[in-house]
Design a protein around this ligand. Structure first.
Ligand SMILES: NC(=O)c1ccc[n+]([C@@H]2O[C@H](COP(=O)([O-])OP(=O)(O)OC[C@H]3O[C@@H](n4cnc5c(N)ncnc54)[C@H](OP(=O)(O)O)[C@@H]3O)[C@@H](O)[C@H]2O)c1
Length: 253
């Protein structure tokens, strides 16, 4: 491991760490020396990831948390404060996309649910983490957005709107927190093989349309998103804030 990417002594909270991109990032940060706090709704799934990390010699704390709920977020940060005492990195990654269909037919309930988790959840997590980071005079907030937040895919308008909001949230936090030594950046993955994207990857027309537009001619594996997250979490990115990094195989090029 490059000393640049060393996360020893740092505490990193990763939401949506029970599978997919969040699990891959949590494992990668643990391999770089961070103590990782794994958060998502299901304790059992988190415990399995924590055990695997601990089995590989890492340190992990698994805390069930619905990131759309302020009380659950407050409970998470109380526990982190009691047990670990600091927060150096936050990876806002847990998101939902409950509706695939025409924008004019999307219900208010779908709108509320998607914004609750994808925008309000990221915002509340970032606010809480920023308080620790400002007191420490250092920290890195990493928001997992999406290429959908830059170029909206058909039938996913509300999801795309939430991801555009995440990109703006990233820039707003970066500008306000820079003076306190806190950085905030976004990663925009392209189509990545996870449960979240299964329906897209399993639909030949959708997969074909994506692959055809992608310079590398294929979709991603979750492990291929990890490098950007390690860069943004570590001192390698000490002069990077407010950035929106696409990891999309050249889809938006
Ligand atoms: N896969 C792609 O093609 C792709 C592309 C661009 C961006 N992204 C973004 O990448 C991130 C991760 O997606 P993924 O593809 O890795 O999805 P995934 O494999 O389905 O994982 C989603 C994770 O989020 C957790 N989660 C969902 N709702 C939650 C809630 N309300 N509170 C707390 N945790 C919650 C899930 O655990 P529980 O169900 O146990 O809560 C799970 O750990 C998302 O922000 C997504 O928008 C994905």
């Amino acid at each position: 491991m490059s000393a640049y990417l060393d996360l020893s002594g740092k505490v990193a909270i990763v939401t949506g760490a029970s599978r997919g991109i969040g699990e891959a990032i949590a494992r990668g940060m643990s391999s770089s020396g961070a103590t990782v706090v794994l958060a998502s709704r299901k304790q059992e799934a988190l415990d399995a990831v924590a055990e695997a990390i601990q089995g590989a010699g890492g340190q992990a704390l698994a805390i069930a948390c619905h990131t759309g709920q302020a009380a659950a977020i407050d409970a998470l940060f109380s526990r982190v404060e009691q047990e670990l005492g600091r927060v150096d990195v936050l990876v806002n990654n847990a998101a939902t996309n409950p509706y695939f269909g025409p924008v004019v037919e999307a219900t208010e309930a779908v709108f509320d649910k998607t914004f609750e988790v994808n925008v309000k959840g990221y915002f509340l997590m970032a606010q809480r983490a920023a308080k620790f980071m400002v007191a420490q005079r250092s920290g890195s907030i990493i928001n997992i957005a999406s290429i959908a937040g830059i170029s909206p895919p058909l039938m996913q308008a509300i999801y795309a709107m939430t991801k555009a909001a995440v990109i703006m949230m990233t820039k707003a936090f970066a500008k306000e927190m820079g003076g306190a030594g806190v950085r905030c950046n976004a990663i925009c993955p392209g189509l990545t093989e996870t449960r979240f994207a299964k329906v897209l990857i399993d639909t030949p027309e959708i997969l074909h349309a994506f692959v055809e537009r992608t310079a590398l001619g294929r979709h991603a594996q979750p492990s291929e998103i990890v490098g950007a997250a390690l860069y943004l979490a570590s001192d390698a990115s000490s002069y990077t804030t407010g950035a929106v990094i696409t990891v999309d195989g050249g889809y938006l090029a």
